[in-house]
Design a protein around this ligand. Structure first.
Ligand code: ADP
Ligand code: ASP
Ligand code: MG
Length: 820
């Protein structure tokens, strides 16, 4: 005999109901079965709401109509299968039930009160109607089906609305039933009878427990819980996107999981089946071929933490005061009062001074618990041995569960870190002595964040990089292309790089799940959100980004001023923008301080030498105790190109025009020719090497002589430029006579820093550098007389974007642990 239970979600409409009928027909063909059914989804809630309304004298009409409609829809779906006789058999039963519901509601309204025994009998009508319809449907399909009365099988004890089945007594009762009489038995779930023969309920969601109790009472070979998901997930799949399905779990693990809130199983389900070693399989009605999750004596011990659950709507009650201290029996009086009030306690913590004891109860029970405590400790409260009983509501208990936890160290520490990373406050923490669960109490508003962060922490070993791109121009676009092209390679290295925000100068588009790298431009264009870096910063916490990286691909000073705030908000900063590092020395130092205190990376490799690894190497040298004595270098790809062409005989105006046409210069070539760009790079290098300089300390000689009129529009300027051709040709020729070439060079030495045109001799490293190449020669304590030289192509968006990409990748294992 096998017991199969189908929940309300599997019976909510005709399509589902008939799917269940097919599964049962197939199963019954293979062996004798007992099916336990819930009421169709929404029905139990509606019945309870109807009682509630009637008690308050409010209309129940809409609710009753809803219930009527649900069953009528089911019936009209079933009608073609049923045939006249069976259809009218069900119609009579339903009409009778509906009549009873309506009659009882009138009585409740008159009384203004609904006794528990009336409520129990009223509410199980939903289950009874499910079972009645399934019975006729199976008969119509030729299955030898009949009903099993839960009141006849189960003897239960406890409160009328929340009873527990006496399995031993029920097993004896079951002996009297001739199970051979039917091939498929149908039993309404959720209810039983007490020793007075009254209908009692097994608690909300109690049909799972009915099935388990029936499996134990009949000595079934297997108990199957059919629902709307593929099995038991390691976290509530409604709250965490990438919840993992568990194929095997032990009875104890399943028990802790359901006890601490996993709705997929009612908390009392496991005890009876564990006692008789009956395996329990959780299966999906809508995907019957999926294997499901097996709960048995076996578990797969691969992971210490198997699952995370959450129990919401909790209230924490504090009993505290000097009277608690060292007083024997205080705790037992507290819990005796609570248990006598019929309230169940989910978690207890006690301070070591015994000054206070705190525990969690369901918020529905909080008032009852408080009243019970105030009665039990009336005297102590009056004499101020106890402080007034304090209640804190709106809480959730998040629990880690796993048989293997007791043998591992550091799990609680990791858990606390995840809670902090979620930005949540820890209200209380408790570990059961079984070490099979650790529970943390947090504010319910933060429960989703805590679950997501904990799930990541225990079940996800990939490195996240959440890119927030500011500036979607040449370099920004190229960077996104490169990131798109590398996704597979990154995935192999367990790096999950997502674009979570992109802004241009007017708009921004944010998506914590990651923006599609194919369509980001359209999405940005369609976005209705104005670009706002303050909002972007605040969003980092709201969106729970794990490893945010601000990538500033603008050359904007205002953006550069926001870096410390972004670092404080938990973001790394990566940028080819030179403005931040060439602002005031005070700001330069502030940035480094912000990176240090916030434990964030500030990376700007591409500010000097485009893709060449300049900054990183210089940092390493300095960190290892080297000292920069002298530096010279060609630091501008555009000027490197122009001076190469001059050397080959081209005029200044022509070389500039071609460089501009090829996109090697800034849109306004004066920005390159002024020497300012090179001066900024020299300043960055000098500061990196430990010189405390300002931009004004750099002696800048532009390419253009002072007496040349460089004003007006770009076109006007370009038209006037040929006036300098002869002057430049003379300089080139005179250098050539000395066996030298002209280069635009940045220099650092003991006299200071300067940038300008220099004559370079054939034996110097910069002699052969042209055509867009960069070269940097560092003369230092360790590197002399021959310098440490870096040389390579240094112009264009692609090589710069690749350098930015490399910086972004360096943040991969710098995931945030604690944000605030
Ligand atoms: P039924 O009507 O079949 O009794 P329930 O709604 O009571 O269904 O329980 C199934 C639901 O439990 C699933 O739809 C799922 O959203 C939720 N759930 C919560 N936690 C878990 C978990 N850890 N694993 C699987 N499902 C879970
Ligand atoms: N129908 C009942 C409820 O909704 C029992 C169950 O479905 O398990 O609580
Ligand atoms: Mg359920």
């Amino acid at each position: 005999m096998k017991v199969l239970k189908f929940g309300g979600t599997s019976l909510g409409d005709w399509e589902r109901f008939s799917q269940v009928a097919s599964i049962l027909t197939d199963e019954a063909a293979q062996g004798r079965i007992a099916a336990v059914l819930s009421a169709p989804a929404t029905i139990t809630n509606s019945l309870i709401a109807a009682i509630d309304n009637a008690t308050k004298g409010q209309s129940v009409q809409a609710i009753v109509e809803h219930i009527d409609t649900v069953f009528n829809h089911l019936l009209s779906g079933a009608s073609p299968v049923l045939g006249e006789a069976l259809e009218s058999e069900f119609k009579v039963r339903f009409a009778h039930q509906l009549g009873q519901w309506q009659q009882k509601l009138k009585g409740i309204e008159l009384l203004g009160y609904c006794p528990d025994e009336v409520q129990a009998d009223f509410v199980v009508g939903g289950e009874r109607m499910s079972a009645a319809l399934m019975e006729v449907l199976l008969k119509a399909k030729g299955v030898q089906a009949g009903q099993l009365d839960p009141k006849q099988v189960f003897l239960a004890q406890g409160g009328i609305l929340e009873s527990a089945v006496d399995i031993q007594a029920s097993r004896e009762r079951a002996q009297n039933i001739d199970l051979n009489a039917n091939q498929a038995w149908i039993m309404p779930g959720f209810c039983a009878a007490n020793d007075e023969g009254q209908t009692v309920l097994l608690g909300r969601n109690g049909s799972d427990y009915s099935a388990a109790a029936l499996a134990a009472s009949l000595g079934a070979s297997q108990c199957e819980i059919w629902t709307d998901v593929d099995g038991v997930y390691n976290v509530d799949p409604r709250l965490v996107n990438n919840a993992k399905l568990m194929s095997k779990l032990s009875y104890q693990e399943a028990m802790e999981l359901s006890y601490f809130g996993a709705k997929v199983l009612h908390p009392k389900t496991i005890t009876p089946i564990a006692q008789y070693h009956i395996p329990c399989v959780i299966k999906n009605t809508f995907n019957p071929s999926a294997p499901g999750s097996v709960v048995s004596r076996e578990t797969d011990g691969s992971e210490a933490v198997k699952a995370i659950s959450n129990l919401d709507n909790m209230t924490m009650i504090d009993v505290a005061g000097p009277g608690m201290k060292g007083m024997v029996g205080m705790a037992s009086r507290v819990f005796a009062a609570i248990s006598n009030a019929g309230v169940s306690v989910s978690l207890i913590t006690q301070s070591s001074s015994e000054y206070s004891v705190s525990f969690c109860v369901a918020s529905n029970d909080a008032k009852t618990a408080q009243d019970a405590l105030e009665r039990a400790f009336e005297l102590e409260l009056k004499n101020e041995f106890l402080e007034p009983i304090r209640l804190k509501s709106g809480l959730s208990i998040v629990s880690l569960i796993g048989d293997g936890m007791k043998t591992r160290k550091g799990i609680a520490a990791k858990f606390l870190n995840a809670i902090a990373a979620a930005g949540a406050n820890l209200v209380a923490l408790a570990q059961g002595s079984s070490e099979r669960s650790i529970s943390a109490v947090v504010n319910q508003q933060q429960v989703k964040n805590v679950l997501v962060a904990s799930h990541r922490c225990f079940f996800d070993d990939s490195h996240d990089i959440d890119v927030l791109l500011v500036g979607a121009g040449n370099i920004g676009k190229e960077l996104l292309e490169q990131i798109k092209g590398q996704q597979q390679v990154l995935a192999k290295q367990k790096i999950r790089m997502r674009l979570c925000a992109v802004t241009n100068s007017s708009k921004m588009h944010l998506d914590e799940q990651g923006i599609d790298l194919e369509s980001w431009q359209d999405e940005l264009a369609a976005s209705e959100q104005a670009a706002d870096l303050t909002k972007l910063r605040a969003w980092i916490s709201d969106a729970q980004l794990r490893n945010p990286v601000l990538v500033d691909c603008t050359s904007n000073d205002a953006v550069a001023q926001t870096y410390p705030d972004f670092m404080a908000a938990g973001a790394h900063v990566v940028t080819p923008n030179k403005k931040a590092n060439t602002g005031s020395l005070g700001y330069y130092q502030k940035l480094r301080h912000a990176a240090l205190v916030n434990k964030r990376q500030f990376l700007y490799e591409t500010t000097v030498g485009a893709g060449l690894p300049v900054i990183d190497n210089l940092k390493k040298l300095v960190a290892a105790g080297d000292e920069l004595h002298k530096f010279n270098g060609i630091l501008s790809g555009s000027l490197s190109y122009i001076f190469g062409e001059l050397e080959a005989g081209m005029s200044l105006s022509e070389a500039t025009k071609i460089a501009r046409d090829k996109g090697f210069t800034e849109p306004d070539p004066r920005d390159d020719l002024s020497g300012m760009d090179v001066a900024r790079k020299v300043l960055i290098l000098a500061r990196e090497a430990g010189f405390n300089l300002e931009i004004d300390d750099i002696n800048i000689e532009g390419v253009l002589p002072d007496n040349f009129d460089a004003t007006g529009s770009v076109e006007e300027f370009m038209q006037r430029l040929p006036e300098l051709d002869a002057w430049m040709a003379d300089m080139i020729a005179s250098a050539k006579q000395e066996g030298k070439v002209l280069r635009y060079v940045g220099e650092i030495d003991e006299q200071g820093c300067k940038v300008g045109i220099a004559k370079v001799a054939a034996d110097e490293p910069l002699f052969s550098v042209k055509g867009g190449e960069n070269a940097l020669a560092f003369y230092s304590r360790y590197y002399q007389p021959l310098p440490f030289v870096l040389r390579g192509y240094g112009a264009g968006g692609a090589v710069t974007a690749a350098g930015v990409f490399a910086d972004v990748l360096r943040t991969a294992n710098w995931t945030r642990e604690v944000t605030q």
